[in-house]
Design a protein around this ligand. Structure first.
Ligand code: GDG
Length: 477
């Protein structure tokens, strides 16, 4: 039997975990996306198609917590070419404002095409007549068109979790036209921010030559594609509840006391990625110590750097640089039992993340470019007592909504120093006022609202096509 809803993503929402007896099992990987999509998946007889990680071949479909999962195997060559190569060595830096230099290799591209084709073929097999297919993110940009060719009956949505760059940058891609046409296979292309959608529509007009009007693209075959913003969010209530559990509350106290109960705790939690601006923020912090605005008895900076893409060279370099910087700052400013920076290169369970959020007085989120940044929203959701401060980069998508944060330009070290200091010195009234406003925003715009608005818009695009432009649907099928 087929499915009425197919989610196509690079990764399945599960990880392989070892049991104590040496055997292994699949565990759901915590994440907003699965929380958001899960209720729809259950209601619509959905299946999630994706790579489970690793190189195991010929995996069988399986269920985790009642969700149907369809694993796609990847060979070592595909991981190197499609995932580490074209997705993370070409697209990721290019779409993030060239924070690192993208590499263009034809063999990476070939691998990207081949993997996208395999995912599209499989989705075409799993989808029922007229089913809805929702394709996720930059690793899968060719899937909509490939799938449309195989199955014109499907409703296809695409969502990009990272920024979509301006034409000036996108143009560098030798395969720019193929990628645009790949995305145009969808009925609805969703972006984090209106700017990304506008960049896309402009490129389609200039590079592919299709007619466009506002957020609509008119294809020669009579189809209409809509490009619009759907800022992603988190399971706000879930986070707030988790933050209030006795376990998390007890752990929060433990963390503060293990850090020596300083007056203020600064916190950064990021995947160790060069887009996240970890280096610049730690430098700014170190300068505040050097300038004697406060010392290691007053404050500590906890930086969690979650291991990420460790096979990619640029990430290995970043790790070395960060290690060196933390070592130098602690060497210069630390005292026995009082490091300036408490640096953790590790990933943690959700409960520990919540306890860290609760323990932090000042959350520091300073990416050079970020599609949204969920960590900023999770911090806000955890502050059920309206305490705490958020220092947030203007270049994170979240800055569009969280206007009451201390907004910073991460390229401006002096500006960041001032913002960190202001947040450190802010009086309670100011803090509460800002946090209340931000909490209102993340409560209203949670991940369920996000999924809902995308689904509704996807249904509407098709209606629009049928009702508004009937004369142009001649080769439609
Ligand atoms: C991409 C875009 C966009 C992190 N470490 C641990 C852990 N996490 C969780 C966080 C948060 C998520 O991972 C990270 O999301 P971010 O949004 O902060 O950043 P990216 O990973 O770069 O995500 C981004 C996002 O997609 C969604 O569209 O917002 O702009 O780059 O939820 O809590 N969770 C656990 N342990 C960890 O160690 N349990």
């Amino acid at each position: 039997m087929g499915h009425d809803l197919v989610i196509v993503a690079n990764r399945l929402p599960v990880d392989r975990a070892e049991r104590p007896d040496g055997t292994s099992e699949w565990r759901p990987s915590p994440g907003g996306l699965v929380t958001a999509i899960e209720p729809v998946m259950r209601a619509e007889n959905g299946v999630w198609l994706g790579w489970p990680g690793g190189t195991e071949q010929d995996l069988e479909p399986f269920e985790v917590d009642g969700l149907d999962l369809h694993p796609m195997s990847m060979t070592a060559e595909e991981i190197e070419g499609h995932y580490e190569g074209f997705s993370n060595g070409t697209l990721w830096p290019l779409y993030h404002d060239l924070v690192a230099k993208p590499e263009f290799h034809r063999e990476w591209w070939d691998s990207y095409v081949a993997v996208n084709r395999r995912f599209a073929d499989q989705a075409a097999e799993l989808a029922n007549e007229g089913a809805l297919v929702w394709v996720q993110d930059y690793q899968m940009q060719l899937v909509p068109q490939m799938l449309r060719e195989l199955r014109p009956d499907l409703r296809i949505g695409f969502y990009l979790h990272i920024p979509f760059p301006p034409a000036e940058l996108f143009q560098q891609l030798p395969w720019r036209r193929q990628l645009l046409e790949g995305l145009l296979g969808a009925d609805l292309v969703g972006f984090q921010l209106p700017g990304g959608a506008a960049n896309f529509v402009r490129l389609v007009r200039q590079r592919v030559g299709h007619k466009t009007h506002r957020d609509l693209v008119y294809l020669p075959d009579g189809r209409t594609v809509r490009a619009a913003a759907f800022p992603i969010s988190i399971d706000t209530q879930g986070f707030e509840e988790l933050a209030q559990t006795p376990e998390v509350t007890a752990r929060t106290k433990e963390i503060r006391s293990a850090l020596g109960d300083p007056r203020k705790i600064f916190l950064g939690i990021d995947r160790l990625d060069y887009t996240k601006g970890i280096y610049a923020r730690l430098r700014a912090y170190a300068e505040l110590l050097a300038d004697d605005h406060f010392d290691v008895e007053d404050a500590v900076f906890v930086q969690v750097a979650v291991p990420s893409r460790e096979q990619v060279e640029e990430y290995q370099r970043l790790r070395d640089e960060t290690d060196r910087l933390v070592g130098r700052i602690n060497g210069d400013h630390g005292k026995i039992g009082r490091p300036a920076i408490s640096y953790l290169h590790s990933s943690y369970p959700r409960e520990e993340m919540a306890a860290l959020y609760r323990a932090a007085d000042i959350m520091v989120v300073t990416p050079y470019r970020d599609g949204m940044n969920l960590v900023a929203k999770e911090y806000v959701a955890s502050q059920y007592d309206d305490a705490g401060a958020l220092v947030l980069s203007e270049f994170a998508g979240a800055a569009d909504e969280l206007r009451q944060a201390w907004l910073v330009n991460p390229y401006d070290i002096n500006g960041m120093k001032s913002a960190l200091l202001e947040a450190y010195q802010a009086d309670e009234k100011d803090l509460v006022k800002r946090m209340k406003a931000m909490r209102k925003t993340v409560k209203k715009h949670d991940v369920a609202a996000w999924a809902d608005s995308f689904m509704t818009a996807l249904a509407d695009v098709r209606d629009h096509r049928k009702t508004v432009r009937p004369s142009r649907s001649r080769s439609d099928g």
